[in-house]
Write a protein that binds this ligand. Sequence first.
Ligand code: CO
Length: 300
Amino acid sequence: MNINELNKNELEDWKKACKIAARALYYGKSLIKKGNNLLDIARKTDEKIISLGGEIAFPSQISMNQIAAHFCPVKNNNPVLDNQIAKLDVGVHVNGFIGDNACTVDLSGENSKLVKASRDALNNAIKVIKPGITLAEIGRTIQETIMDFGFSPVRNLSGHGLGKFDVHTKPTIPNYDNGDETEIKKGDIFAIEPFATNGYGVVIETSNPTVFSLVQKKPVRDMTTRQVLKEIENYKGLPFAKWWLEEKFPLFRVNLALKQLENLGIIKGYPPLADRENGLVSQAEHTILVDEKAIVLTKS
Ligand code: CO
């Protein structure tokens, strides 16, 4: 979206969402420590968003090692942190306007270069952004920064525009030079999120999604599934975590309902995304506003 499409209050909402996202990320990052379990971290980070006056744009996700994105813990898959490289991705909305940011923590002490590669790529992208720069140029900056470290950018993950109640809109901000000559305009707001890997640089879908979203409403016959769907409708079409449902319904009912709803095309799952050669992946992300240069809205 571009700020020309917003009134003053809407822009304030957006800035507020971004500030809360930054504070929640900072807080969540402090919980990424050996011995902590992911469900605790996800829950506390989600609760932090609410306590700061925001709403959850997507469930706080902690993706580890070769998983680049889209992992949310669930009751029967709730890893305890040890030596992983962990990415925390946090999204907040205020009246539908979304702030999105992410960071990486290396608990092994052996992958600090990989963490720095995506962070420097993000910072360098922010430095080159100004009105008129092309998407390809931003991608090239990200790619070159990551390759200078001896790693690869993940090519099929990208930054993205943000819409009202919509986490992914145009433009697509590539993590490599994809030749897209579309120019950035003053007033554009979008998220930049470089991913760096010591593996292949392309992610593939794994199985067992733990994050879903509602895609269309349809009548449902089964009463239990209908109750679960009613709860899902509260999430306003934004992504939700399976563990949120596990807090409200017995696990077997959640599993059955999700399966039925997915088969009916009412919800869509987002399986964890892993590097094709199981390389370790790091990520850094900010939401920015393009003025004469980039203004980081998710600054902590
Ligand atoms: Co994002």
